[in-house]
Design a protein around this ligand. Structure first.
Ligand SMILES: Nc1ncnc2c1ncn2[C@@H]1O[C@H](COP(=O)(O)OP(=O)(O)OP(=O)(O)O)[C@@H](O)[C@H]1O
Length: 307
């Protein structure tokens, strides 16, 4: 059985004025870590809320853990864990009290399922008497994950779990997801961070409510359609490099990527020397150009901007 089956979901807000989810279909396999990747407003939270039975779709169907999200909402709520994007715990309760509260509403106890959360909980246990509202971003997120796990869910929904969290805690968090997955839980996670996408088994790249493509991270970057170059120079500013590239008739795409400009060209036989020659002719000298392996972010930009 596939724990998540989504078929042609649509969701609008404001009497149809805002389209949040547009004909979205995907499936998640048992024991898979599946990512919804896209910028703010792509529709990720709406999908999470529909799948966790907190929001009704306008049309389409979805099944979670074998139950329909409309007719089987009670069963689904028993079987899933949900960590919403915004901090959802009780700020005036301590770590321990929040966890005990979530255990109680699911008719279990911290002791009964301690083994599920142990790896994560031991990191925040020394502060168990501290109120949740007074925790750092990384600690809040660990507590929220413990609360989402304490009733032993079959499917875990994590909506932007690492937004606002420092890089070290983000890394630790993803290592924890890997361990949970090995423990047999199916995970749907969303993130706007493209570097995290590569840690999923498969990802759906989303924009403006639609899924542009679904595949493994390796297959997505491997199927980038053109040679991609990273260009830098100490002698010219980024805007002037981008401006020169914009005026080159063979430029297909160009954008700033950290300290580099990334560019692809309509002529697949164009060499780095040809590009250096063109930039020289535009007064951009001493440029360095490397043929690079595209990242998920490059692939996202390519799909989002293709005509
Ligand atoms: N209750 C609402 N009323 C009106 N518009 C909404 C509502 N909730 C979401 N939207 C709009 O629907 C679109 C999709 O929002 P959604 O929250 O699902 O996306 P997201 O990818 O999760 O982004 P974010 O990270 O910003 O939450 C956005 O344009 C958003 O402004």
């Amino acid at each position: 059985m596939q724990p998540i089956i989504v078929n042609s979901l649509n969701k609008t807000y404001g009497n149809g004025q805002v389209t949040a989810v547009k004909d979205v279909s995907f499936t998640v396999n048992e024991n898979e870590l599946f990512g919804l990747i896209g910028p703010d407003g792509a529709g990720k939270t709406s999908i999470f809320r529909i799948l966790t039975t907190l929001l009704l779709a306008d049309s389409g169907t979805a099944k979670v853990a074998g139950f329909d999200v409309v007719t089987g909402y009670r069963e689904i709520r028993q079987r899933v864990g949900y960590m919403p994007g915004r901090f959802s715990l009780y700020p005036d309760l301590t770590i321990e009290e929040n966890l005990a509260f979530f255990a109680t509403i699911f008719d279990t106890s911290i002791e009964e399922n301690y083994h599920l959360i142990r790896d994560i909980y031991i990191q925040i246990e020394p502060f168990k008497k501290r109120r949740a509202g007074k925790l750092s971003g990384g600690m809040k997120q660990k507590l929220a994950l413990c609360c989402a796990l304490i009733h032993k869910p079959e499917v875990l929904f994590l909506d932007e779990p690492t937004t606002g969290v420092d890089p070290v805690s983000r890394k630790e968090f993803w290592e924890m997801l890997g361990r949970l997955k090995s423990g047999g839980i199916t995970i749907l996670v969303s993130t706007p961070y493209m570097d995290e996408a590569s840690l999923c088994d498969r990802i759906a790249l989303m924009q403006s409510g639609s899924i542009m493509t679904i595949d493994t991270p390796e297959a997505l970057t491997g199927s980038y359609p053109d040679p991609l170059f990273a260009i830098s120079t100490e002698k010219a500013s980024m805007p002037s490099i981008l401006n020169a590239l914009a005026q080159f008739e063979k430029t297909k795409s160009h954008y700033a990527f950290g300290e580099f400009a990334h560019a692809s060209f309509t002529d697949k036989n164009l060499s780095a020397d040809d590009i250096i020659g063109y930039l020289d002719s535009r007064g951009i000298t001493n440029s360095r150009i490397n043929l690079i392996k595209p990242t998920i972010e490059d692939r996202f930009i390519q799909l989002a901007t293709q005509k």
